[in-house]
Write a protein that binds this ligand. Structure first.
Ligand code: C2E
Ligand code: MG
Ligand code: MG
Ligand code: MG
Length: 277
């Protein structure tokens, strides 16, 4: 039986799989060079207060334009970076670039309002030197750590909850903000969530997308908001595309939002116009 299984396992390796693997290897090679050469960029998507409509900060989102491959979406290159051990280096670049940009705005007398959120991959959260790297980067660019907020996915936290909890305590003591990204898509344990002192829960786009047409999704959104309130955390909804979603979320008690309805992810120059004009 074992032999048969093994044989089957070999047989299911189809030629198209080899093409996928070699395409991924090719992308990985070019991405390694792009990281080393700082040929990535950051876009900034505004985050707003739903009551006042005021800007409360932004999420930094990584972008990669490659001469041969064109624009590659993070949905494609982030998983490759994670699988091939490049995400920590990519993450370091993102942290430094975020601090550099904050410093640039500061020196122009154009301080960004609120906090800048950076996505942190699970593998980065496992690294002992994440805190050191964040703090060194802040002090190098003379940025108060409280200007930064980290977005870590629910599954990233649950990979190693004890480590995540102790890491968060250190980060919070230094003034960094913390959100749980893509909430509702993972498998959180309430026992851990209670101990994990995040400021905000980010309601996943999949629930927001369908909340006006699906009773289930609306109930899930309401439950996430109620749970966050109980645990003393705020909520921010991602992927708002319509005014009706914004007003429904507001009436349900969600106070912050982000999505195409307000703004797309913008270049640094365009984003600065959001608070300068
Ligand atoms: P995420 O952190 O959940 O980011 C939100 C994604 O939703 C972004 O996609 C954003 O452009 C998109 N989005 C925002 N508003 C709307 C909307 O109204 N409708 C729709 N359909 N989409 C909206 P993006 O930029 O393609 O990034 C995808 C994912 O890649 C991110 O999901 C995050 O997991 C990852 N990512 C991006 N930048 C970084 C990074 O610097 N580091 C790490 N580790 N991951 C990153
Ligand atoms: Mg995010
Ligand atoms: Mg998200
Ligand atoms: Mg997402």
């Amino acid at each position: 039986y074992q032999a048969k299984r093994a044989k089957r396992a070999i047989c299911i390796f189809e030629p198209w799989m080899e093409r996928v693997v070699s395409e991924q290897l090719h992308i990985a090679k070019r991405l390694t060079a792009a990281i080393a050469g700082s040929r990535l960029s950051l876009h900034f998507q505004p985050q707003v207060d739903l009551h006042s409509g005021k800007l409360i900060g932004a999420e930094a989102l990584c972008r990669w334009y490659d001469e041969e491959l064109g624009n590659v979406s993070p949905g494609k290159f982030i998983p490759i970076a994670e699988e091939r051990g490049m995400i920590v280096a990519l993450g370091h670049w993102v942290i430094e670039e975020a601090c550099r940009q904050l410093a640039e705005w500061h020196h122009k007398g154009q301080d960004m309002p609120g906090q800048l959120a950076i996505n942190i991959a699970a593998a980065q959260f496992e690294e002992d030197d994440l805190v050191t790297h964040l703090l060194n980067s802040c002090s190098h660019f003379d940025i108060p750590p409280s200007k930064l907020s980290l977005e870590i996915t629910e599954s990233g936290i649950m990979d190693n909850p004890e480590k995540a909890i102790s890491m968060t305590e250190v980060l919070k003591s230094k003034g960094l903000g913390l959100s749980i990204d893509d909430f509702g898509t993972g498998y959180s344990s309430l026992a851990y969530l209670k101990r994990f002192s995040a400021d905000k829960i980010k309601i996943d786009i999949s629930f927001v997308r369908d909340m006006l047409i699906s009773d289930n999704d609306r109930v899930i959104v309401a439950t996430i908001i109620a749970m966050a309130n109980t645990l003393g955390m705020g909520t921010i909804a991602e992927g708002i595309e319509h005014q009706a979603q914004a007003s429904a979320l507001l009436s349900m008690g969600c106070s912050q939002a982000q999505g195409y309805y307000f703004d797309q992810p913008l270049t640094a120059e365009k984003f600065a116009q959001c608070w300068l004009s």
